[in-house]
Design a protein around this ligand. Sequence first.
Ligand SMILES: [Zn+2]
Length: 389
Amino acid sequence: GGGGEPLEEKLALRPTSETIIGHMYSQWIQSYRDLPVLINQWANVFRWEKRTMPFLRTSEFLWQEGHTAHATEEEARQETMQMLEIYREVVEQELAIPVWKGQKTPSERFAGAVDTYSIEAMMKDGKAVQAGTSHYLGDKFARGFEIKFLDRDNQFKYVHTTSWGTSTRLIGSMIMVHGDDRGLVLPPRMAPTQVIMIPVGPMKLREKVMEAFDPLFDEIKAAGVRVRADLREETPGWKFNEWEMRGVPLRLELGPRDVENGQVILARRDTGEKVTVSLEGIAQTVVQLLEEIQQNMFQKALAFRDENSHLGIDTLEQLTAHIAKSESENKTSGWVLAGWCGDDACESKIKEETKFTSRNIPFEPPVQKKACICCGKESQHSVWFGRAY
Ligand SMILES: [Zn+2]
């Protein structure tokens, strides 16, 4: 059953991967020569969800999970940080979503982890998505599964393990961070189609246009751009709308007058801006523009996040007032960087009173807070708090 109710269909579920991987590691790992070990898999996961939401909270989703075992704590901790950094790089550089790298508070830590780290992203409604996590598991996991190895000094020791993962939630995040009222806005590096080419102008001149259109398509494709031509019979306006909705970063229009003048029209999805550019060197122009769009989308998301990250809220009263004001103005309340004394009780009181949960303790906070937002005692950490998916 799920949530206490019988399921409509019977499901056969596998146990969590740790149990299988832990068992195998205990068989495979005998000596320091067997280390390190890394297993990575993409797997589908089921979770009971009372209320689902496309991409962000689904009963079944695809995730990536990695599990490593090491001879030393130092090496395992390096792995934990390396994976967190790889997630940051992918999310910021490919998905154009800025994130905060940091450590989870003990209450938000993965069960069984010594330390949990995350990257946290802000959606357009100000809510947070945990976009990836990386855990240092110490030797807890090794003790649970008896994963021991004979070290160089002839001593049997427990391995140090890590695990890390991300999921198709990233797709949901990308949609929510960049999308607008017209539909998807995909960052060029993620877009399956980066450029959509559409011939325009009267049908009787189409043949003439196509004489220039076809080599142009080949030229852009040869530059490594994922280009597609829409030659359907619908009107250009209809096609424009459809490809805008599908988030294609760049639209190229070519009409009879453009052919005459040796030019094309390029329309950007991210800004709506239209420019007329020369046919000469068009492939290079397109490549540069796609890169510019990629950077612009990241900067736009960064500016939004920073606008909605509040650094000067110092007490729970101020936070409550800030939330009430934001709600009355129909604005997002965003996140707050709060001082925290380190006491679980303060963290849960913040959650109870504001529904803001701790996101992470950023490695590089924009400011260091002096006092706990809840009790006023000396702050141990500056922590991002916000509402989360
Ligand atoms: Zn406190």
